[in-house]
Design a protein around this ligand. Structure first.
Ligand SMILES: Cc1ncc(COP(=O)(O)O)c(C=O)c1O
Length: 382
């Protein structure tokens, strides 16, 4: 089957968060993490079938999505999970927020590695928990990694939770087994619960790299891990609001379930249908998507190297989100500067890194080319 990622429907008039931000302005929206591509035809068909049924009642976590998730975990991530470990959720952001309430007391603190997806920073703040931010550092291969030395130096006796983004948004790093094992040991040493947000785990486009589900590394990590996943990033279904957690440890699971009770609603019937089709039938589309994203990534690498060398862009392995260090440009307001030149990026400040910008390359190549050309103009190039 040939999938066309080069053209996309017009999203105006559909209440798109991404596109409506710049409605009526000549600004290309390359910001929030949803892609412009239509979903896999296999998913569209499943949604059509569900629509044709015509009854949209409350829907429980039934056999089809449960089996789809368990098969997917086993097939793609060698994770032998059980149905009882799962909770279906209408989103991972509410889950991250509720984890702060479920697993910490008000006088306890949360640690995470920055820059990172903004809700990792706002969730402890909303829960009024202290947040310890430890910047990622560069390893000997010039890749972003966890800075264990600083983590050891800054952890407090009251720290209870570590929130990990793996693969990492926004730096696009896929942490390897050694790094994740070391993180597990760190959590064991300090008796931390590990929230492992792996929503980007099926977007590894670097062919030599494989994602490891943190909880599969060893029993000690499995006992303290809360794994968060969803098909929404990979298959471009975030508006269907269907995600899930995997918690092996029964004590942690019941604390989580008690906390979400009455707050987290049922997943809607289309969310379940989309998830089930994605995991059961989405693989050919996903492979085609990864090939397309690889091409977009290569385009950015070449363009930055040849046309915008003053921007620092480090190699990445996963996601469709490119992270630029624009500090050498010494701009007062980097986001507004590029918006004035017709490119809408994500500002680094809410990620914990001012003077950085994130570009979403989950878009047709022509859009990306236009966006990069506008960025070059914004730098004063032709
Ligand atoms: C690391 C990470 N977690 C969670 C989400 C969003 O999850 P949800 O839409 O299920 O709330 C995103 C979206 O970009 C993300 O990058």
């Amino acid at each position: 089957m040939h999938y066309n990622f080069d053209s996309c429907p017009d999203r105006e008039g559909f209440g798109s968060l991404k596109w409506d931000k710049y409605r009526g302005r000549d600004v290309l929206p390359l910001w929030v993490a949803d892609m412009d591509f239509t979903s896999a035809p296999e998913i569209l068909q499943a949604l059509q079938n569900r629509l044709d049924h015509g009854v949209f009642g409350y829907t429980i976590p039934h056999a089809a999505p449960t089996e789809a998730v368990l098969n997917y975990l086993q097939r793609d991530h060698q994770y032998e999970a059980r149905a009882s470990w799962l909770n279906f959720l209408p989103g991972l952001v509410p889950a991250i927020n509720l984890c702060c309430h479920a697993f910490t007391r008000p006088d306890e603190s949360v640690m995470t590695a920055t820059p990172v997806y903004p809700p990792f920073l706002s969730a402890p703040d909303y829960a009024k928990r202290e947040l310890i931010q430890v910047p990622l550092c560069l390893n000997a291969h010039d890749q972003w990694t966890l800075d264990f030395e600083t983590m050891e130096a800054t952890i407090q006796p009251n720290t209870r939770l570590f929130i990990l983004c793996s693969p990492h948004n926004p730096v696009g790093r896929v942490f390897n087994r050694a790094e994740l094992t070391a993180l597990g040991e760190f959590c064991e040493r300090h008796d931390l619960i590990l929230i492992s947000d792996e929503i980007h785990c099926d977007l590894v486009f670097e062919e030599t790299v494989r994602h490891t589900v943190t909880a599969t590394l060893n029993e000690s990590i499995a006992k303290r891990a809360v794994t968060l996943m969803a098909p929404s990033k990979t298959y471009n279904l975030p508006g269907l609001a269907c995600a899930f957690s995997i918690i092996e440890n029964p004590q942690l699971r019941s604390r989580f379930e008690e906390t979400i009770r009455g707050i987290i609603t049922e997943v809607n019937c289309f969310g379940y249908a989309g998830l089930t089709a994605a995991y059961n039938h989405g693989e050919p589309w996903r492979q085609a998507l990864l090939a397309y994203l690889r091409g977009n990534y290569q385009l950015i690498c070449d363009f930055v190297r040849n046309e915008m060398p003053e921007i620092t862009f480090r190699p990445m392995e996963a996601t469709y989100l490119a992270w630029f260090d624009v500090s050498p440009l010494a701009l007062k307001a980097p986001l507004a500067h590029f918006e004035r030149h017709g490119v809408g990026l994500s500002d680094g400040t809410p990620f914990g890194a001012a003077q950085h910008l994130r570009l979403n390359f989950g878009c047709p190549r022509a859009t990306l080319e236009a966006g990069l050309a506008r960025m070059k103009q914004a730098l004063g190039g032709s």
